[in-house]
Write a protein that binds this ligand. Structure first.
Ligand code: UDP
Length: 323
């Protein structure tokens, strides 16, 4: 098959590209290298079935060219990371809205099936123990920058849904719950690589707020095969799936686990949200997925726990090649 991965030089995208190549597919990566890096694809660069196209998903001509003759597209390209969204809110909003509609339109013209990478962020402040796909969204003011990411991704889902309903596009939407693992950078805010990098540098781990907020971290290698299995399964088309690990951990506990795993004596420092993200920031207290639907559809069952994740990130960080 000929498969396009937008954002294929990013953290999840590069793992997905590697997996698709291992299945024997021809892969075209479209990436603007804003947060993705060539380094993520370096190990694959000699593969003759890989083509890397530098460019934006907002550029209709380039998207159209990449999708010509494609069987499938995985749309992962997006402005990601809380710091990115807060620092460049308008640009991020445009990328996440225009980029998705551009890819949907091109997929529709090419007759390619399309997976949209959405996010658990769309549930907002809903703290249900086990968020289900049909649960309500509880979102703060649209004038608070943080929520613009959730708003854009929710509209992306609506776009994808309408392309499926009105144009017959075969789509799958996945909501990813804090996917982590090797190659993820902490530069844009993600807590696991930030804590590991801080510990390795002997700096105190920056726990924002009380540290009692919790998240569920899922290893990227548990997520990637599920993306492919869902898009390959016709019964999954036209619908949405949560993908994550149901085991919650508080951010404070995460910090302690990182300190133990790295053997760092640096300790933790508490940073008020206002100082970390600026005034008016609202965090989510808890975000736990219910993945029953993905389990029933494709047998989705994450195999890796938090210690596997931390060991993987640690090994990545201490490898010979500096990030
Ligand atoms: N966080 C933290 N210290 C950091 C970076 C993040 O305490 O250096 C917190 C952040 O406030 C949030 C959690 O860790 O409560 C997860 O943050 P991340 O940006 O990784 O993901 P998201 O907020 O999108 O779930």
């Amino acid at each position: 098959m000929r498969v396009v991965v937008t954002g294929g030089a990013g953290f999840i995208g590069s793992h997905l590209t590697e997996y698709l190549l291992s299945l024997g597919h021809e892969v075209i990566v479209l990436d603007d290298f804003s947060t993705g890096t060539a380094r993520n694809l370096r190990a694959l660069s000699a593969n003759p079935r890989l083509t890397v196209v530098p460019g934006s998903v907002c550029d209709a001509t380039i998207v159209e060219t990449c999708l010509a003759g494609a069987d499938a597209v995985y749309h992962l390209a997006a402005a990601v990371g809380v710091f990115t969204i807060l620092d460049r809110t308008l640009e991020s909003l445009r990328t996440n809205l225009t980029g998705t509609e551009t890819v949907l339109a091109a997929a529709s013209r090419a007759g390619a099936r399309m997976l949209l990478a959405s996010t658990s962020e769309i549930y907002g402040k809903n703290t249900a123990m086990g968020l289900r796909e049909e649960d309500d969204r509880i979102i703060g003011s649209p004038l608070k920058n943080r929520w613009s990411y959730a708003e854009a991704k929710a509209l992306d889902e609506t776009f994808a849904h309408l392309y499926a309903v009105e144009k017959g596009l075969r789509t799958v939407i996945v909501r990813l719950f804090n996917t982590v693992g090797p190659r993820q950078t902490g530069r844009y805010g993600m807590v696991v690589p930030r804590f590991v990098d801080q510990a390795l540098a002997g700096k105190p781990l920056t726990v924002f707020g009380t540290g009692q907020q919790s998240r569920c971290f899922c290893h990227v290698l548990d997520v990637v095969p599920a993306l492919v299995a869902l898009l390959e399964d016709e019964r999954a088309h036209g619908t949405v799936f949560n993908l994550g690990n149901p085991e919650p951990v508080t951010i404070e506990e995460l910090a302690h686990r990182v300190l133990v795993r790295t053997g760092s004596p640096a300790g933790i420092v508490r940073v008020p949200y206002e100082q970390a993200y600026g005034p008016g920031y609202e965090d989510m207290e808890r975000r736990v997925p219910d993945c029953t639907k993905a389990k029933q559809a494709i047998g989705f069952q994450p195999a890796r726990g938090l210690d596997d994740i931390l060991d993987g990130v640690l090994a990545d960080r201490t490898a010979a090649v500096p990030r």
